[in-house]
Design a protein around this ligand. Structure first.
Ligand SMILES: [Zn+2]
Length: 68
């Protein structure tokens, strides 16, 4: 079952041809606000390559049982 935050998606469209920094910013915001899908490995790698902490992801949290 998807836990999509439609309002967030509508307010935050992914840029076309995003630069790595834009992908990181989008996915960091996405991970914090929407659980519809996990962060792709390629994006996680961008954080790791820069020595940045990988954001916590709503998509990977279990049992919260909260409705937004
Ligand atoms: Zn989403």
């Amino acid at each position: 079952m998807s836990r999509i935050n439609r309002a967030w998606h509508e307010a935050n469209p992914m840029p076309k041809n995003p630069k790595p920094d834009q992908r990181m910013a989008w996915h960091a915001g996405h991970a914090a606000n929407c659980g519809c899908r996990a962060m792709p490995d390629g994006v996680i790698r961008l954080f790791v390559e820069r020595g940045l902490p990988v954001p916590e992801q709503l998509a990977l949290k279990d049992g919260a049982g909260r409705k937004g």
